[in-house]
Design a protein around this ligand. Structure first.
Ligand code: HEM
Ligand code: NAG
Ligand code: NAG
Length: 527
């Protein structure tokens, strides 16, 4: 009897303490609230979660904008996603500024390294991998990009020269090409040569890695969501196919590492491979880590490049862009052949703005973090009026919403306006502020490591192509798999553009499947 009483007292004491601890945590600074939960109150939460996932996959933009309208800055999407979405620029920057001890990225990064690229867990946890990541970040800063950009530009120039030959030998002095495909193939080759050197690039083309990369990239959204156990990969056709693409990339990479990286005597890839080999990783293991870079190198930039070129040639900004291009130093006084260096590209404000505008309008990224402790997300420093995010929760910044709704962008945020980031009348301070608040390259501890490389690649291809060629979009080529959505009435854009492949929400630069635009290409008429 006495013992039972003691137990009861002990247990209720414990319950009391726990409830005190949790309630004091929840009450902390005055007016904290929990994020609102998505969906109708009378539905069980997993059903709400499934509805959210379906809507996200069907029409990402409408879904995200509706969330912003109905729930405000933050919303909790229940299982299967089970994430807190942040839908406001200012709060997104709070997330980006949080230290990794509060909102971490490493667990997500390691998950992807293992699940998507197949790096053994033993290596994912090791200090060797951390050193390779470090070499990757350092090797992609502007200080180290001269040689890669020179190789990149060289390939683009060769591709343009090929087109010029075709034009000269055609009776009409013109060719018609699917412009998205031409740009995407060109950037694939140029970027591969840029970071991996010519010899690897030749091997990659011979082994058809452009196609193999595509197979792998198509299943990437399924892998990156981390909802599928590795044991199931073989049973889901899209993933099984993607794994074949991955194997092909890995075997070409592993062979090249085994051969001692022929054709590449410096740079980020060489540094990474050397660290891996010194750690005693096999060539195949090193290849799994390099394949992460290879994927990142190609996952976004080529699609942005094709959109950039299409928007620029169809916009009023074209003359200003050409003025900047013609201002570059020229090879033997030939305006069709400017000298393109990293330094020259750094002083092209209108071209830079066109690139930033394309990244702003044609990307959707979900920057993810894991809350390592209870975290208060609030606009004010005191946490007043903030939202409490419980430890263990995933926080996801939906940059697309900020890109479409922030007042900062001025008029018609949903439209492509080439000089938005460089308009003379707005002054440098506002331009710089816009550049800081454009989160197409993510932010904080997960900022895109390839952003300097990507910016320079995009400026390089625009410069080389427009210096030499005139491009006139003629008609749309549709991909039968992609439903063409009628564009928003408020969107000012009236030019031709490919349709977006909607199967990849939050995964970056918009892709177009086989949707394309046929364009007439002639040698540039210099007025
Ligand atoms: C226009 C082209 C590109 C865009 C729009 C882009 C965008 C992004 C974004 C938004 C993120 C961060 C996602 C997050 O916050 O979680 C990211 C991460 C990353 N990007 Fe890019 N990217 C581009 C090109 C490249 C290129 C060319 C490379 C070259 C290797 C690259 C390498 C990476 C890497 C390694 C990360 C992961 C950073 C980390 O794990 O900490 N990206 N990119
Ligand atoms: C890219 O951005 C422009 C301008 O906002 C937009 O009109 C276009 O629809 C976007 N592209 C795709 C494929 O959604
Ligand atoms: C591609 O871009 C999107 C955002 O625009 C980002 O979420 C993704 O991480 C990027 N991937 C790489 C490898 O840069």
């Amino acid at each position: 009897m006495a013992r039972a009483l003691a137990y009861t007292l002990a247990i209720s004491g414990l319950v009391f303490c726990v409830s005190l601890a949790t309630s004091s945590r929840r009450r902390q600074p005055g007016t904290l609230s929990l994020p609102p939960i998505y969906g109708a109150w009378y539905l069980p939460s997993p059903i709400r979660g499934v509805i959210a996932l379906a809507k996200l996959c069907m029409d990402e933009d409408s879904f995200l904008l509706a969330l912003r309208r109905d729930y405000g800055q933050v919303v909790h999407i229940p299982w299967p996603l089970n994430q807190v979405l942040v839908l406001d620029g200012r709060l997104i920057r709070k997330v980006y500024r949080a230290p990794s001890s509060a909102l971490s990225f490493a667990p997500i990064q390691h998950g992807i390294q293992t699940l998507a690229f197949g790096t053994p867990r033993r290596i994912t946890q090791s200090a060797g991998l951390a050193r390779m990541y470090d070499a990757h970040a350092k090797g992609l800063t502007n200080l180290r990009l001269d040689a890669p950009i020179e190789r990149f530009t060289h390939v683009v120039q060769a591709k343009v020269a090929q087109l010029e030959e075709q034009i000269e030998s055609s009776p009409a002095q013109a060719v018609e090409i699917p412009i998205v495909k031409w740009v995407v193939d060109t950037v694939f080759e140029a970027a591969t040569s840029g970071l991996y050197g010519e010899e690897f690039c030749e091997r990659a083309l011979e082994a058809g890695l452009r196609g193999e990369f595509g197979r792998f990239d198509r299943c990437f959204p399924l892998l990156a969501a981390e909802m599928m156990p590795v044991a199931l990969y073989a049973f889901v056709p899209r993933v099984a196919d993607g794994m074949k693409g991955r194997e092909a990339m890995l075997s070409v990479l592993a062979r090249w590492v085994e051969d001692g990286l022929p054709g590449l005597d410096e740079g980020v890839i060489r540094d990474m491979a050397h660290i891996g080999s010194a750690e005693g990783y096999t060539s195949k293991e090193v290849a799994t880590i390099l394949s992460g870079n290879f994927w990142a190198l190609h996952a976004n930039a080529s699609y942005i490049a094709s959109a950039l070129l299409l928007y620029t040639v169809q916009s009023e900004i074209l003359d200003q862009v050409r003025e900047e291009i013609d201002g570059l130093p020229q090879q033997s006084g030939d305006t069709a052949n400017p000298v393109v260096t990293l330094k020259a590209l750094a002083s092209m404000p209108v071209v830079t703005s066109c690139v930033q505008e394309t990244v702003r309008t044609n990307t959707s990224s979900f920057s993810m973090r894991v809350a390592e402790e209870d975290f208060v997300l609030s606009e004010s420093a005191s946490g007043e009026g903030g939202v409490l995010i419980h430890a263990g929760m995933r926080v996801v910044c939906a940059t697309r919403v900020a890109h479409l709704t922030d007042g900062l962008w001025g008029d018609y945020p949903e439209s492509w306006i080439g000089d938005r980031f460089a308009a003379k009348q707005q002054g440098d301070a506002l331009s710089a502020k816009m550049a800081r608040k454009m989160h197409g390259f993510g932010g904080g501890i997960s900022t895109c490591e390839g952003r300097h490389l990507a910016m320079a690649e995009l400026k390089s291809i625009l410069t080389v192509v427009l210096a030499a060629l005139d491009i006139t979009p003629l008609r749309h080529v549709a991909d039968p798999r992609i439903a063409v959505k009628s564009s928003d009435a408020s969107n000012l854009w009236k030019g031709l553009q490919p349709s977006r492949d909607f199967t990849r929400p939050g995964l970056g630069a918009f892709q177009f499947g086989a949707s394309d635009v046929m364009a007439r290409v002639t040698k540039r008429e210099v007025s």
